[in-house]
Design a protein around this ligand. Sequence first.
Ligand code: 5RP
Length: 262
Amino acid sequence: MTGELSPIDKAKFVAAKRSVDYVEDGMRVGLGTGSTAAWMVRCLGELVREDGLKIRGVPTSTRTAELARDVGIDVVSLDEAKWLDITIDGADEFDGNLNLIKGGGGALLQEKIVATASDQMVVIADVGKEVESLGSFPLPIEVIPFGWETSKALVEEMLISMDVLGRDATLRMNGDRPFITDEGNYILDLHLGRIGNPNQLSMVLNQVPGVVENGLFIDICDVVILGYGDGRVEARDINEGTVEEDRLDFLESENLFTDLQD
Ligand code: 5RP
């Protein structure tokens, strides 16, 4: 069964599998969105069902909520949980300071709220997500539909004074209609090429009227778990300054893979 997974999927899986080691009985856990986070939710579900792990999960999107319920995780809202022990989520890019671009799946608003309400954020990623400087991946920003073209024009004008290479903003589409987020908003993808000062850009973007939030996660992530297609995983902890290496044996996970396939 593992032979049917691409190297990228294997990398995502091993990162996700390693990340659930951070989850302990009784924890309130933020559940990220995306294909890597979906592996993590399935691995957690396995622990809940097979090992009796007791956790409450706060999902960052309707699709993660659905998956979490399907695999047996007790799902609660952030307001019910109030504060979280840990959030585990994917990312589109991360740099050496563990700053991130997120929102490729359009869930950046809930993802940022949930991660910020957590003692610890663990990011799980395949090795292709690591970059020297952020910006090759188009930066998503969530804007309210009212006057979105004006917000787009204001963002593009603001970008003239920012340390970025490109300034094009495109409305994310779902077929022939705008993509709609869980909060009923639109997403603009900013094609910046390179972001010289992510901290400054993040603060300035959120001051543009109509912009609800942007996909830059600055000083939020504590640990990145990097997965490789051959089963190696590397956990980098920015606070402890440690790097732990490990290897997941695919053969031992054969049943798990079979169970986890869609
Ligand atoms: C969703 C996200 C995802 O975490 C990000 O897009 C990574 O996705 P994947 O794990 O599928 O590569 O930010 O809004």
